[in-house]
Ligand binder design. Structure first.
Ligand SMILES: Nc1ncnc2c1ncn2[C@@H]1O[C@H](COP(=O)(O)OP(=O)(O)OP(=O)(O)O)[C@@H](O)[C@H]1O
Length: 260
């Protein structure tokens, strides 16, 4: 039995008369990759914003490792070990990879404490190199390189490494392969597998069902603010998932296509 890391219970959120979330409930296990799918406007962003502290829900409860928690801000979410990586990652392009990996949590040179505490750049660089090596991207990247010189895929990898570095229990990836080339997309998907192997849990939001079948353990489908299906990847197939997302009757569609 997989240990539960995150549990959402009956989350509800409305924007005026729009009910963006209606009783959304699901559980994320330790070392599990769960894909959150759904058509435009299904409620995926609202759900992840609620978990990552962008806004509070109107009703419902969130549990982290079995403890009921209150997530009122993105800081609260990060303190609980929930890191969200948005499409346009929150990296600072004009700083080095090393600085970005430790942004806001840089190791300081203790010798200087009391006078002022400059960054211990040597320590930072060493830690960054060790981290890049651990996550398997050491061959290509130099810890001193500026983030502005990196490709989209490399930036995604750095952002995910950053989350791993701070021992995030849950890493939420919002469309991590959007606008990436084939090679880079493979790199990011490979990285998601590494994140799982290192024991982190991933909630993956994507419109690309093919990617889901490559990396996810379980699929959750949302439609009009509700979770309408939850299935392990091994127990389903692409066509079925597509039909659930769109709400279309795919068996009728198949018959129609075959008849032509
Ligand atoms: N800040 C807001 N104010 C008003 N309505 C909102 C707001 N955010 C979301 N909504 C509405 O809530 C519903 C769910 O939107 P949400 O962005 O969560 O969907 P989504 O599944 O992430 O869609 P997409 O795949 O297009 O990003 C939609 O009807 C949307 O218009």
């Amino acid at each position: 039995m997989v240990q539960e890391v995150l549990r959402l219970q009956n989350l509800q959120k409305s924007f005026g008369s729009v009910r963006a979330l209606k009783n959304a409930s699901f559980t994320l296990g330790e070392g599990e990759v769960v894909a959150l799918l759904g058509d435009n406007g299904a409620g995926k962003s609202t759900l992840i914003k609620a978990i990552s502290g962008v806004f509070p829900v109107d009703r419902g409860d969130i549990y982290v490792r079995g403890q009921k928690v209150s997530i009122r801000s993105t800081r609260d979410a990060m303190d609980l070990g929930i890191e969200t990586i948005h499409q346009d990652t929150s990296l600072a392009p004009d700083l080095s990879i090393a600085r970005n990996l430790f942004l806001g949590r840089e190791p300081v040179n203790l010798k200087w404490l009391g006078v002022f505490a400059p960054l211990d750049l040597a320590k930072l660089r060493d830690a960054a190199s060790a981290l890049l090596k651990r996550v398997g991207i050491s061959k290509k990247l130099d810890a001193d390189a500026l983030v502005s010189t990196l490709s989209g895929g490399e930036r995604q990898s750095i952002a995910i490494s950053r989350a791993m570095q701070f021992a995030a229990k849950v890493i939420i990836l919002d469309e991590p392969t959007n606008n990436l080339g084939v090679e880079e997309t493979h790199g990011v998907l490979r990285f998601v597998k590494e994140v799982r192997a290192a024991g982190h849990s991933v909630l993956l939001i994507t419109h690309n069902i093919h990617h889901v079948f490559q990396v996810a353990d379980r699929i959750i489908v949302m439609r009009r603010g509700e979770i309408v299906a939850e299935q392990t990847v091994a127990d389903t197939d692409l066509l079925t998932v597509e039909s659930i997302i769109t709400g279309a009757d795919m068996s009728a569609l198949l018959k129609e296509t075959r008849a032509k």
